[in-house]
Design a protein around this ligand. Structure first.
Ligand code: NAP
Length: 247
């Protein structure tokens, strides 16, 4: 695993799930880690888990769809840690429905959190990275942003949009020493996938070349790779971590 000793990392949406595993992996690799979510109790619990690795942990309640919240979170992280090296835009939500039944509020909210939130957090972080002429952003997209998915028009549009943002940021900030990449996970084993009926699970697994769902660690390993010096000449890339579901 790459060494992140002394590096300062923000992971959004890290109170549970994939974000928490990404935060744990960075802390285990020596990084100070700032995490955010909208619910305070889950954040406090997550911070207690992260402290076992002995690095600095900072938490803040943040709604990433608010520019004030994003700017304050980045500013407070820098006050706590002194600098910022890596931003992982992981926070995301779903509000699924077939297009004809999807209401405007559900469209707006998913785009506001997933796509605008990624833009706002990146903008706040890029101002800092731009000045110090180094930094790294990893955005969490999804395989459905690459292949489409019935019943998820809002989510798919947000995740496809994140790919466009990633490539644009890479072009805008490459000359300033900032690399920007995305990870596009396939099915990840979570409480949600565990609860799927056996028939549905089997059908999903049939389409996956590796015949298993990803673990959150599979995703975290890809994020740490892109954020590390091992990926020093990689920018604007979308790394598929989908077990061969979509190639
Ligand atoms: P999850 O378990 O639902 O966790 C989402 C995290 O984001 C939570 O910490 C949540 O905390 C936080 N969050 C939600 N809205 C927020 C907001 N407005 N501002 C700040 N934080 C917010 O999700 P997950 O399954 O780990 O997924 C993580 C990322 O991977 C998402 O971007 C998702 O789209 C992507 N992904 C997941 C899968 C999968 O199979 N799970 C596959 C492909 C891509 P609060 O609820 O307290 O705000």
């Amino acid at each position: 695993m790459a060494d992140f000793t002394g590096k300062n990392v923000i992971v959004t949406g890290a109170s549970r799930g994939i974000g928490l595993t990404i935060a744990q992996s960075f802390a285990q690799a020596g990084a100070n880690v700032a995490i955010c979510a909208t619910s305070e109790s889950a954040l406090t619990e997550a911070a207690n888990q992260l402290k076992q690795f002995g690095t600095k942990i900072f938490t803040q309640v943040v709604d990433i769809s608010s520019s004030e919240n994003c700017e304050a979170f980045v500013a407070n992280t820098i006050n706590e840690f002194g600098s910022l090296d890596v931003l992982v835009n992981n926070a995301g939500i779903t509000k699924d429905n077939l297009t004809v039944r999807m209401n405007e509020d559900d469209w707006d909210r998913v785009i506001a959190v997933n796509l605008k939130g990624t833009f706002l957090m990146s903008k706040a972080a890029l101002k800092v990275m731009f000045k110090k002429r180094s930094g790294n952003i990893v955005n969490i997209s999804s395989v459905v942003g690459q292949m489409g998915n019935a019943g998820q028009a809002n989510y798919v549009a947000s995740k496809a949009g994140i790919i466009g943002l990633t490539k644009t940021f890479a072009k805008e900030f490459g000359s300033r020493g900032v690399r920007v990449n995305a990870v596009a996970p396939g099915f990840v084993q979570t409480a949600m996938t565990d609860a799927l009926p056996e028939g549905v699970k089997e059908k999903a697994l049939e389409a996956i070349a590796l015949k298993r769902f990803a673990s959150a660690q599979d995703i975290a390993k890809a994020v740490l790779f892109l954020a590390s010096e091992d990926a020093s000449y990689i920018t604007g890339h979308v790394l598929a971590v989908n077990g061969g579901l979509y190639m």
